[in-house]
Design a protein around this ligand. Structure first.
Ligand SMILES: C[C@H](O)[C@H](O)[C@H]1CNC2=NC(N)=NC(=O)C2=N1
Length: 100
């Protein structure tokens, strides 16, 4: 997948399809709430597997019952489609974890 840095307009266009995601400190970010701590921990493991598959890794934070992601493409120093591909993959599996 191309890794050219996206313009703010391209980012806005892509965020339209990911309404719960936003730009925070130069990364796209999302916070999920889960039923309890163990559900959140299980989702972290699942996201880690997806990140390894994509070779693209977010700052992934486990809270009491939350999972937070923040990601950009550090090899090119900006937000690229690889970040949005990861976001889309996580959005796909979040409901299976009861994440909202
Ligand atoms: C060597 C390895 O392929 C690279 O460092 C990968 C690993 N995971 C990555 N994750 C993110 N978020 N950005 C990258 O540029 C990146 N590059």
């Amino acid at each position: 997948m191309a890794k050219n840095v996206l313009t703010s307009q391209e980012i806005a266009d892509r965020l339209a399809a990911l309404p719960e995601w936003s730009v925070e400190d130069g990364k796209i970010a999302r916070s999920y709430r889960l039923a309890d701590h163990f559900a959140a921990a299980a989702m972290v493991v699942h996201v880690a597997r997806i990140q390894e598959e994509l070779n693209h890794h977010s700052d992934l934070t486990l809270g009491y019952n939350t999972v937070d992601l923040a990601v950009n493409s550090h090899d090119v120093g900006g937000i690229t489609d690889r970040d949005f591909d990861l976001a889309a993959r996580v959005e796909e599996i979040a409901p299976t974890h009861g994440a909202s």
